[in-house]
Ligand binder design. Structure first.
Ligand code: FAD
Length: 398
């Protein structure tokens, strides 16, 4: 039986599913897997405090102690302890935080971290450097996985993200530019769901983690559109990384650990100038195809406005991440939104294909987010290839 799931060209992209799968498996995923382990890419600077500017009546974000990691056990709110003993917190628990699996491990590897503080801001425009509420997190110690965060609070965030960035258009033709926004968010959502299901708490008492294929199927595989959007988002971010190659190639991957930093630089070069990738899929996504219609310039402005929304730290989209009522989800939510914003910044602030001159300045944290996002997407695509049913086998299949 043909094991191929999705065939043809990824919508609005320039490569087909088969090629993406094979190049991802052979080249991209192994490279990214190594790259995200290097000290430069494994430490992400982030503000984890829950400071949600929306829904003041929620209660969820008023409780700063929800950010449990740093409080000693005796300060841990009593109801959460109970919730942990009796199983997952119930939906009506005001603060969603308090699951063990939700807590961010802030342990830093001091050896690998040596020298990092001194070179804290080797790149320009790192406007978050002085923010005292920021903390470094070792992403390797905090994998994106199931946390037990669910229910009305989680759903409300997703609803807000979709409605804020993807206004519902009257039926009829939707221009590709507007579809791009929706597909990017949906693709990211698919990827997050796949990671939740692939690293799931199967047995809480035995603390047994594993794959929950049923959940993966229910949330993503049975909706071919969600799978397609995942591939689209992967191609989009891959294109951004390739476009930023002249910048990424020469960037200083300086953490004070020479050997590891040289490795990061070498892996980055292998990634952005990969001959296999260039031969198989030279242009994963063609942003130049957008904005060509009659209302092109007007649309570009409109979309740039929405994109700006996404990438500005104080924008609603980012601020929404502060409303995510689970610390680890917030960490990965913030990282991936920043990564997506960085991809958008690269693709839509740089016109033309001038490889010599890459006028966009990127912050260190943006590059870390971009690469880790690409890795997350690459892993999700690999899981679809390995575990996903064929389109025909899905409920909503063609
Ligand atoms: P949800 O995933 O909440 O989806 C809500 C609705 O959106 C669905 O009913 C469907 O109508 C629509 N939808 C779902 N997927 C797609 C798609 N791909 N494209 C278009 N529409 C879609 N939980 C964890 O356990 N670990 C995490 O690391 C984690 N990170 C999160 C990060 C963020 C930013 C957010 C907002 C939530 C996160 N969550 C995490 C929660 C998780 O995403 C789900 O919200 C939760 O598991 C409940 O899932 P659900 O089945 O209710 O559907």
């Amino acid at each position: 039986q043909d094991s191929r799931k999705y065939t043809g060209i990824v919508e609005d992209c320039c490569c087909d599913y088969e090629t993406i799968d094979s190049v991802n498996e052979a080249v991209l995923h192994p490279l990214l897997q190594e790259l995200v382990k290097t000290p430069f890419f494994r430490y992400f600077k982030v503000k984890l405090w829950c400071d949600c500017p929306f829904w003041p009546d929620d209660g969820m974000c008023k409780l700063r102690d929800c950010s449990v990691c740093e409080c000693p056990e005796n300060e841990f709110p009593e109801p959460f302890k109970k919730a942990m003993l009796n199983g997952l917190p119930s939906d009506d628990l005001k603060c969603q935080e308090g699951n063990q699996q939700d807590v961010v491990d802030r342990t830093l590897d001091t050896k690998a971290f040596m020298g990092w503080i001194e070179v804290d801001n080797p790149w320009t425009h790192d406007d978050e450097t002085d923010n005292r509420e920021m903390t470094y997190v070792n992403l390797q110690l905090n994998p994106e996985r199931y946390t037990g965060y669910t229910g009305a609070s989680a759903r409300r965030i997703w609803d807000a993200i979709y409605s804020e960035n993807c206004p519902k258009y009257s039926s009829g033709e939707i221009c590709p530019e507007k579809r791009v926004l929706y597909k990017l968010i949906s693709g990211l959502h698919s990827s997050i769901s796949i990671h939740i299901a692939s690293d799931y708490l199967i047995d809480e008492i035995k603390n047994l983690w594993g794959r929950n294929l049923e959940l993966m199927y229910d949330r993503v595989f049975r909706f071919p559109d969600r799978v397609r959007n995942l591939y689209f988002t992967f191609m989009f971010v891959l294109r951004a990384v390739a476009k930023a190659a002249p910048y990424l190639e020469h960037a200083e991957y300086n953490t004070g650990n020479l050997e590891e930093d040289l490795k990061a630089q070498s892996l980055m070069r292998q990634l952005v100038y990969n001959p296999k990738l260039q031969a198989a899929c030279p242009l994963p996504f063609d942003e130049a195809k957008l904005w060509q219609g009659q209302s092109g310039p007007e649309l570009k402005l409109e979309i740039q406005k929405s994109f700006k929304n996404i990438r500005q730290v104080n924008s609603k989209f980012c601020a929404l991440m502060d409303c995510v009522g689970c610390e680890k989800c917030r960490l990965w939510g913030k990282l991936q939104v920043l990564g997506l914003g960085t991809a958008l910044k690269i693709l839509f602030s740089v016109d033309g294909e001038n490889q010599q001159n890459f006028p966009v300045q990127l912050q260190r944290n943006e590059v870390i987010a971009l690469v880790n996002l690409l890795h997350r997407l690459s892993e999700s695509v690999k899981l679809v290839q390995e575990l996903g049913p064929s389109v025909e086998q899905t409920v909503d299949g063609l």
